[in-house]
Every structure is written in structure tokens, then in C-alpha cells.
Design a protein around this ligand. Structure first.
Ligand code: DNO
Length: 401
């Protein structure tokens, strides 16, 4: 049995429409109620409205990505119990509508980070890249976060000043907007539009994490899970935490979902089988000590959703998104382990044996340049990824079972 093929759709404004998806072999849709502000209750009527549109195209709403966890929950602020109550209510409503998988992340302030979203790949496509010295230049010299220079080695600070010196004022502004606004707004980040004082607003968000280290953040995650997991279980929902991207602390903020040890700990703090992982091979691969096939083997039964893509290191400070099969992750090994896991689930009679998968991100190629899509989510590049992954999957399946 193949994985359930899914596709991330950003709602009615997405240039890739629901009616395009069936032609590509997509079975399920991954989406969210992006028009609602973070922290607000997702009412059943709103959920049904979107669900009906999806079902009219002969598809199903397979995964919610994401039901955002508000900053007040992550910081353990005064309003966290109210926000958690809203989250519980949204889960009940989703369960009532028959939706069974919900993604969230627990990254403070920023979600995914790239320093260049127009990187030209060796074969002429456009991809996304993270260059650590450029990120440090943003932190220390553009954002001017107080005390930032204490977080880096003098060698790294030297590299960052050289990067900064080589940039025009416009390039510096583009970098800040890319990190704070452009890569965040469309996935329900805290800052949606680039007002003139967006850097100041962003600094204020960072400030709220003063005194919150990894331990405190983990405690806040535990508090959240203790409150929401019973409702998720009653509602027939699996919650799937998404790893941090890149998987290490940034801007003085803790990040706690990056390594094998991190994930083991998080799965332990709430042992409910409904509390699991979005296995994002792209995010996890941006850390050299992560052995992805081993992690998939170890966490297999708790994996509720797959994001498959690959990365490649250009040098010790730089990785870029290199496609779906091509890159540092041995996608053959990884997929074999995941298919074996799915097979085991089916044999053991587990009802939720079928794992949804989506081709995560994609390189902009060919006619992708004519369509206005969100960064990382071109049509043709993702479709190429879906086709490649499906081919690999079919081959492995036929040889195994
Ligand atoms: C970026 C995505 C992330 C992901 C969230 C899940 O392209 O992979 O924004 O959706 O972290 O909560």
C-alpha cells in the first residue's frame, strides 16, 4: 500500500487550484484556515466550508498544517490558558468534521529561516539557501539584537562583517524582510506585513522570550500537551509536531525539536500514541549529526505525517534545498524504512496505518516563473518531486512486498 499522496494548498488565493490536483495524482489536501488570526477558535462551520470545497473536487482534507500555537502558549504567558482552551475547542471541531491529523510547531517567533530564496542551482532552477554568516550579519549588524555578538565565535563574526560590508542597503533590507516577513506571513507567522517598523515589532517579540531557555520551552510544551492531548484523543486526532528548521537555536531563542535526542525527549514527555511527529526530512537533514534513516526507524510508530525533500551542503556554513531525491539524505533508505513501518502497521491491524506524505517545497523550474506562488511552493518543481518520490516508492514496494 502506497503512502497517501498529499499536496499543500494555501486556500482560495493559491495559484495552484484544487481542481489542478487530481491530474497530478494527489489524493489528499494539506491546508489550514489561513484567513483566521492565530489563537482564534476554528468553528465547525468554517472548517466545513473549506472541507466541502476540497470534497467537491473528489479529494479529502487529510492534514491540517498548521493549527498555529500562539506565542502566549510558547512563552507560558498570562493568556495561555485561554489560548489553550481555544486550541482544544478547535481540535474538537476538527474532530467533529472527521479531520484526523494536525500539524503544529513549537518554534519561538520564527518558523523556517532562509537567507536567500532566489538561489540559482547548478542546473538553472531557483531554490532556497541558508548561509550562516549571512544570518549572523542579519542578527548582529542589521537587526542589532542586544548582546547578539556574544552568541558567535570571533571567526563567525569576522565572516559576518565581510558579508555585511559586501551588501548594498537594499540587499540588507531584502535580507531582513525575507527572514522576518516574506517566509513567515503566508504560513501564519507572527508578522504578516512589512510595515515600516517591522524590525522593531520583531525585536519586541524576541524580548518576550527573555529568561526562556530550552528547559522552560520544553516545560511549556509539556503543559500544552497535557492540556490538549486528551481532547485530541477523544476527537480522533493525531497531533504531529514539526521539527525546527534549521534545527538549532537562533537569535538567542531556544529550539527544542532538532535532534534525535530532542525528539525522543518530546515523545516521552507525553506518551500518548496520538502525540507524534511530522517527519520532515528537509528540516532534519540540515543538521549533520542527524541520521535520518535511523531516526525514522526509531520513531516509526509515532510518525503521523511525512514531508519529503532533500538538502545539500555547499560548504561548512551553507546548505540549500537540492530537490527531493538528490542530496545528503539517502532517500531510498529512508523511504524503505517508512514503507516497512507502514506495512507493519497494516499487518498489526492499526486503523491509521496509512501515512500521508507531501513533496515538501520544490525548486522553481520551467513555467514556475510565470505563476505567483509562495516561496518554496512552486507547481512544477513540487510536481516533479511528487513524481520522483512516487516512482521510488513504487519500485521499493514492488521489490519488498
Ligand atoms: C515551511 C513549512 C513550515 C511548517 C510549519 C508547521 O515551508 O515546512 O512552515 O508548515 O512549521 O507548523
Amino acid at each position: 500500500m502506497a503512502f497517501e499522496k498529499t499536496w499543500r494548498w494555501f486556500g482560495p488565493g493559491d495559484a495552484v487550484t484544487l481542481s489542478d490536483l487530481k491530474q497530478m495524482g494527489v489524493e489528499g489536501v494539506v491546508t489550514a484556515l489561513h484567513h483566521l488570526p492565530n489563537g482564534e477558535i476554528w468553528q465547525a462551520a468554517e472548517i466545513r466550508h473549506t472541507q466541502n470545497k476540497i470534497e467537491k473536487e473528489g479529494l479529502r482534507w487529510s492534514v491540517v498544517e498548521s493549527l498555529p500555537v500562539s506565542e502566549g502558549i510558547k512563552t507560558g504567558g498570562n493568556d495561555r490558558d485561554r489560548l489553550i482552551e481555544n486550541y482544544r475547542e478547535s481540535l474538537r471541531n476538527l474532530g467533529q468534521c472527521g479531520i484526523d491529523t494536525v500539524v503544529y510547531n513549537f518554534m519561538p517567533v520564527l518558523d523556517w529561516i532562509r537567507t536567500d530564496i532566489h538561489y540559482r542551482t547548478p542546473s538553472g532552477g531557483e531554490s532556497m539557501l541558508f548561509h550562516f554568516p549571512t544570518f549572523v550579519a542579519f542578527d548582529v549588524l542589521i537587526l542589532k539584537r542586544p548582546g547578539a555578538e556574544n552568541d558567535y565565535s570571533s571567526d563567525m563574526l569576522g565572516k559576518a562583517s565581510r558579508v555585511y560590508a559586501g551588501m548594498t542597503p537594499e540587499q540588507r533590507e531584502t535580507l531582513a524582510r525575507t527572514i522576518i516577513v516574506i517566509t513567515q506571513g503566508f504560513i501564519d507567522g507572527v508578522i504578516k506585513g512589512a510595515t515600516t517598523d517591522y524590525k522593531q515589532t520583531f525585536r519586541e517579540y524576541l524580548e518576550r522570550y527573555r529568561g526562556i531557555g530550552a528547559q522552560e520551552l520544553r516545560e511549556n510544551l509539556r503543559y500544552f500537551l497535557d492540556a490538549v492531548m486528551p481532547v485530541a484523543e477523544e476527537s480522533g486526532i493525531r497531533l504531529a509536531i514539526h521539527p525546527d528548521d534549521p534545527p538549532h537555536p537562533v537569535l538567542g531563542l531556544p529550539r527544542i525539536v532538532g535532534s534525535e535526542a530532542d525528539i525522543a525527549e518530546i515523545l516521552e514527555i507525553n506518551p500518548s500514541p496520538s502525540h507524534g511527529l511530522t517527519f520532515c526530512s528537509g528540516s532534519l537533514s540540515a543538521r549533520r549529526d542527524n541520521d535520518l534513516p535511523r531516526m525514522a526507524q526509531r520513531f516509526g510508530p509515532r510518525i503521523h505525517f511525512l514531508h519529503l525533500r532533500n538538502t545539500r551542503w555547499l560548504d561548512e556554513d551553507t546548505f540549500y534545498e537540492s530537490g527531493h531525491l538528490d542530496g545528503n539524505v539517502d532517500m531510498y533508505q529512508l523511504m524503505k524504512i517508512l514503507l516497512e513501518e507502514q506495512h507493519r502497521r497494516k499487518q498489526s491491524g492499526r486503523a491509521d496505518y496509512r501515512m500521508p506524505v507531501r513533496p515538501d517545497h520544490g525548486i522553481k523550474i520551467l513555467s514556475d516563473h510565470l505563476l505567483a506562488t509562495n516561496p518554496g511552493y512552486p507547481l512544477v518543481g513540487r510536481m516533479k518531486g511528487l513524481a520522483e518520490l512516487t516512482g521510488l516508492e513504487t519500485g521499493i514496494e514492488r521489490s519488498l512486498f
